[in-house]
Ligand binder design. Sequence first.
Ligand code: ATR
Length: 274
Amino acid sequence: AIVGGVCGQPIKHSMSPVIHNAWIAAAGLDAVYVPFAPAADRFETFVDGLRGGAVRGVNVTIPFKERALAMADTASDLARMAGAANLLLFAADGSVHADNTDGPGLLGAVETQAPGFDAKSAPVVILGAGGAARGAVAALLLAGAPEIRIVNRTLARAQELVDAFGAKVVAVEEAALPGLLADAGLVINATSLGLGGGEGPAADLSLTPKTAVVMDMVYKPLRTEFLRRAEAAGLRTVDGLEMLLRQAIPTFEAIYGVAPSADVDVRGLALTLL
Ligand code: ATR
């Protein structure tokens, strides 16, 4: 059997096993996708133990994405740019390859829920400067975004992204946000604000052009307070669940070698787990 999985701490709320096992069943593969929760200080031991390819690939989630990249012998451009990996692939020769499908997931989600959006057409505003924001910056730069404006509670962390990515990325103080929204094409919440039903980041979304798209990486709840405000302002929205589902597609292909069946309603399945 082909074995794949997901590794995080904690892992029991991960939706990935349900999604991938549904695709495995639909394809009739002799395969399985299992959750792993190594102790926080044993992640490297866990990864070394998988060298050799008995497990073909694992998704990596919080809090191990940066350490996953550090464990890899080779890495994709996206993983290197993001400074993090959400996918490790194990070869028979013992080597580990790191990739990052979160960025393609983000772009795929926008394509699905805001068709016609062009990343090249207008500046992007990203709220947050952690690992999730970094992955978004990498993907959007590769997609040709003309400028990416990072707004973060801790300005120094936003400045780190500018240092890492260069001239197209700017760090801006929260107080300057209104002016930044006025010509934005895409606004993304990459903070953890709104998780569990709380208030999202403070941003007056009514200041954005009517053509702007608003995305939230938080997917619990599905319709976050931030997305509800965007809707009230008449803007198109993209939810974090779609990003999760879209990153799973290239992941499945990389681990199991076939494209997932479009006949499985993975979104419906995931919604039952939210
Ligand atoms: P992730 O991997 O999900 O990006 P992270 O690296 O911990 O997680 O980043 C969390 C992000 O949410 C950061 O941008 C953080 O802001 P700081 O850099 O100032 O910590 C932001 N964040 C979390 N709680 C916040 C709050 N109460 N108000 C404003 N921003 C918050």
